[in-house]
Ligand binder design. Sequence first.
Ligand SMILES: Cc1cc2nc3c(=O)[nH]c(=O)nc-3n(C[C@H](O)[C@H](O)[C@H](O)COP(=O)(O)OP(=O)(O)OC[C@H]3O[C@@H](n4cnc5c(N)ncnc54)[C@H](O)[C@@H]3O)c2cc1C
Length: 420
Amino acid sequence: MSIVPPAPGAGILRMYGRGMDPAAYVLRDFLSRTVAQYLWTELVDDDGSIRALGRPLSALRFPVVILPDGDLLEAPDPTTLARRLGWVAEASARVYDLSIYGAGPAGLSAAVYAASEGVRVAVIERDAVGGQAGSSSLIENYLGFPQGIPGAELAERARQQAVKFGAELLLMREGGDGGVVDGHLRVALSDGSLMTSRANICATGVRWRRLGLDEEEQFFGAGLYYGAGAGEAPQCAGEHVVVVGGANSAGQAAMNLARYAASVTVLVRSPSLSKNMSAYLVDRLTYHPAVTILPNTQVTRLLGDERITGVETRTDAGDDNSLFATRVFICIGGDANTEWAAGTGLARDNHGLLLTGPDLTDQMLDGVWTRERRPFSLETSIPGFFAVGDVRHGSIKRVASAVGEGALAVSYVHRFLAGE
Ligand SMILES: Cc1cc2nc3c(=O)[nH]c(=O)nc-3n(C[C@H](O)[C@H](O)[C@H](O)COP(=O)(O)OP(=O)(O)OC[C@H]3O[C@@H](n4cnc5c(N)ncnc54)[C@H](O)[C@@H]3O)c2cc1C
């Protein structure tokens, strides 16, 4: 029997907190990416707190969440909240045909195809379903959605589809160290359990890159955000915001934020946007009255005290400037989530991306590859261990290609399982 968690979004919860509290931001972001409906109320004084929650600010640990059943949680993290909402299921089997790490577009696609073809499959996700795509305000270049679709909604549809076919979703736990034991792939999960499967697919994508400035930790959630801020955009009404980055994620963020903010300034390191951004986004940004694009510009310092108040910048010509900003969104790409692969025998490139199929040299396979045949095209240097989507060396960083690789990997999983 597969475990089907209740659909995220089944009930409305209420959240209360201080405006620039990083913990509140983390929860809001998690809930937005999970397509869960919630009502956020910012509390500014004791009167408001007593009216809303019956206690002064100092008598509560914020953020406070009131669950749909009326229970009150003080300062929960996303895992605690997800558990209380019943979204965290336990594995129902001891051994799966296939385990998939990461529930972004690539992992969800593999889950849909594998489960629909009768493969017993578990998907392990450390956070919200949807991966990077879940933070996109509007994906406009995915086939079949001419008006575009919010990334979180696309992910939620895929989650429902995977669960419908019998895939088990094991949320809020991370895959870590692993190896081959008695012919099975065994991976230690962050909740202390072990996941055993005959084959697995790594679809762990990338995580947001930091700017590398000293002040980043201080301002995280207090005006500084990583990613497109799809859930935060409505909070920016009338504000002056900065977006750092020159690729599609930065372009989408700027367009979405410009619906609410008084001004959006996009800081781009390269001389123009067109090098890394889709033409449709470049056009829209260029002609949007609220958007200003500053090319050849880097952030050198974040300004503020309790919350961000601006950024210092330097141009390629060496000119220093400062810019007033109430919020800053960093969208400068990502780094591979593969630190766990050190010592496993999995071959990675200089950026930590997993090498597969024809990219694997004899030297990389020496001592770890145990089959007569060469690795299949999406197979890593360990037999039965596949890698798809953004975490794979040479992949195209797009939703459609991640979905395509997820589906393709399942056909190789069938061949691998048939040959074992
Ligand atoms: C803001 C934004 C907008 C974008 N817009 C577009 C667009 O319009 N069109 C387009 O084609 N592409 C777009 N992209 C790119 C696209 O979203 C990515 O290429 C795609 O999401 C890659 O999918 P993935 O499944 O490979 O990885 P990801 O989406 O990165 O998903 C990886 C998942 O793995 C999980 N994970 C990581 N490590 C572990 C672990 N150890 N154990 C368990 N789980 C783990 C992560 O939490 C995450 O959920 C956008 C990206 C961003 C950030």
